[in-house]
Design a protein around this ligand. Structure first.
Ligand SMILES: *Cc1c(COP(=O)(O)O)cnc(C)c1O
Length: 433
C-alpha cells in the first residue's frame, strides 16, 4: 500500500517515506491509498483476540506489503506490553482507559509503535536521524521515552515554558542521552511552528536528516486504530456505539474515524474540546478559523490550529455535511470540566483527569440530547499526571504510580529558546552532529 498527500492525491510515497518524512514536500499529510475493510469474521471473532492480536491484524492490513508478517507481530508485541481496559461507570457510560503505558497517557500507543517502526526501517549510517517533536505535554514524554537510548536516532522535544505540568515536564527533561528538551517562550502553537519551519528550511534539511514525530505522522495514526476496535470488542454490543474523544490536534479522533471507515459499527463520534473550540465551531458554522491557543487545565488539548483537520476533510471529501453527520462537536470551559470531575467522583467513585472529564462532558451532553444510547469516552491520561488540578478539584491526593514517581527524582535539563526560528535553527545545527 502507498500513501498519498492530502494536498495532492496523485503524490504517493512508500510507507517508509511517509514514516520518515511525516509531511509531503508541499505540506500535505499522508493518508493510506485505500482504507482496508475488516472482514465480518474478524469482527465476530474479536472477543477471542488479545490486544496485541488485534493490533497485528490491523497493522497487517496497512503494512503487509512493506513488512513481513512475523516482523509485524514482533513490532506490535514489543510496543504493547500494556493494554486498554474498558471500565463501566454504569450501563450507558464507559471509559476506555488509555493510560496504562509507560508515560501514563494515550500517546504511548502511537509513540511506541512509531518508534518500533522507525528502528525497524532505520539504516545505520554515520549520520543520526533527528526527530523533532512539539509537545503540549504528553507527546514529548511518550516520544522521548520510546526512543530513549535507540542507536542512530536523536530526539529534540520542544515544549511551551510554564504550560505543561511539572510531572509532564520531568518526563522528557530528565532523560539525557539522545534526548534534548527545548523550553520555548511561547505557546504550543509556537513550538509547532518552529518544527514546521525546520522541515521547510533547505539548509537544515541538507545538513541534518530531520523527521517528525507529531501526531501528523502516519506511524502514530495506525496504532491508534487498535484501541477503538478493542473497545468495541470489550463492550460486546452489536453496534450503534457513541464515542467521545477529548481532542486537541485531532489525531486520536481521526484514527477513530478510520476505524469506522474500516467497518467498525460506530454510530457517532463526539469531538469534545476545551475552549480551544476550532473544530466544534467548524461543525457548527462551516468555517475553519484557527486561533492562537488558549491555556486551559486540559493543556494537552490547547491547540489553536488542529493539524489533523486536513485529514478529516480528506476523509469526508471536504464536505461539512458529511462530517457533521458522523461527528458532533462540543466544547467546555475549565469550570465545566472541573464540575464533571466532581460529578464523576461523587456519582461513580471514579477519578478522571481533566482531559477525560472533557470527554465525559461531551458524551453526556450528547446522550442527554438523544435521550438514550451507549457511549464510551476516552480516558487519555492517568489522573496522577494532573495531581494538583485533581487535588484542587476533588480534594483527593491521587496515588502516584511508581513509574511516574521515579521521574520526579531526576534533574531537569533543558535549553531555553525564544520563539525565533533562527535561534532554534542554530541550536539544531550545533547539536545535530
Ligand atoms: C494529546 C492529548 C489529547 C489530544 O489528542 P489529539 O490526538 O491531539 O486530539 C487528549 N488528552 C491527552 C491527555 C493528551 O495527551
Amino acid at each position: 500500500m502507498r500513501f498519498y498527500s492530502t494536498q495532492d492525491p496523485n503524490y504517493k510515497v512508500s510507507f517508509k517515506s511517509a514514516l520518515f518524512h511525516s509531511i509531503s514536500p508541499y505540506g500535505g499529510l499522508y493518508m493510506p491509498e485505500t482504507i482496508p475493510k475488516f472482514d465480518k469474521r474478524f469482527l465476530e471473532l474479536l472477543p477471542e483476540y488479545s490486544f496485541p492480536e488485534i493490533g497485528q491484524k490491523i497493522a497487517s492490513l496497512f503494512l503487509s506489503d512493506n513488512i513481513e508478517s512475523t516482523k509485524i507481530k514482533n513490532l506490535v508485541d514489543k510496543s504493547f506490553d500494556f493494554d486498554a481496559p474498558l471500565v463501566s461507570l454504569n450501563d450507558q457510560i464507559h471509559v476506555l482507559e488509555l493510560w496504562h503505558g509507560p508515560t501514563l497517557a494515550f500517546k504511548d500507543f502511537g509513540a511506541r509503535f512509531m518508534a518500533q517502526l522507525m528502528s525497524y526501517f532505520v539504516e545505520y549510517s554515520s549520520e543520526p536521524i533527528q526527530i523533532l517533536v512539539a509537545t503540549s505535554g504528553d507527546t514529548g514524554s511518550a516520544i522521548a521515552n520510546s526512543f530513549l537510548g535507540v542507536d542512530g536516532i536523536k530526539v529534540s522535544v520542544l515544549y511551551p515554558k510554564n504550560r505543561v505540568s511539572k510531572i509532564q515536564e520531568q518526563q522528557f527533561t530528565t532523560l539525557g542521552k539522545n534526548i534534548t528538551a527545548y523550553e520555548v517562550e511561547g505557546s504550543f502553537d509556537d513550538c509547532q511552528k518552529l518544527v514546521k519551519a525546520a522541515f521547510l528550511d533547505r539548509e537544515l534539511n541538507e545538513s541534518l536528516k530531520l523527521t517528525s514525530a507529531n501526531s501528523i505522522n502516519i506511524g502514530r495514526l495506525i496504532p491508534q486504530i487498535f484501541y477503538y476496535v478493542s473497545a468495541f470488542s470489550q463492550l460486546n454490543k452489536k453496534g450503534n456505539i457513541i464515542i467521545s474523544v477529548p481532542s486537541g490536534n485531532f489525531g486520536n479522533l481521526t484514527a477513530g474515524i478510520i476505524a469506522m471507515k474500516m467497518g467498525l459499527p460506530i454510530r457517532k463520534f463526539i469531538a469534545s474540546t476545551n475552549i480551544n473550540k476550532i473544530i466544534p465551531e467548524y461543525l457548527k458554522s462551516g468555517h475553519f478559523s484557527p486561533e492562537p491557543s488558549i491555556q486551559t487545565i486540559s493543556n494537552a488539548m490547547d491547540v489553536g490550529n488542529p493539524s489533523n483537520f486536513e485529514r478529516l476533510l480528506d476523509i469526508f471529501n471536504h464536505s461539512q455535511d458529511k462530517m457533521k453527520n458522523k461527528i458532533n462537536g462540543y466544547f467546555f470551559s475549565d469550570e465545566e470540566t472541573k464540575s464533571s470531575m466532581r460529578y464523576i467522583h461523587s456519582e461513580f467513585n471514579y477519578i478522571v483527569d481533566p482531559h477525560g472529564a472533557v470527554g465525559f462532558s461531551g458524551l453526556t451532553k450528547y446522550l442527554t440530547s438523544i435521550n438514550s444510547g451507549t457511549g464510551i469516552f476516552l480516558g487519555t491520561a492517568h489522573p496522577a499526571k494532573f495531581f494538583d488540578i485533581v487535588k484542587n478539584t476533588i480534594n483527593i491526593d491521587v496515588n502516584i504510580p511508581e513509574r511516574l514517581a521515579s521521574f520526579m527524582k531526576n534533574k531537569k535539563q533543558s535549553v531555553l529558546l525564544s520563539n525565533s526560528f533562527d535561534e532554534f535553527k542554530n541550536c539544531l545545527l550545533e547539536r545535530g552532529k
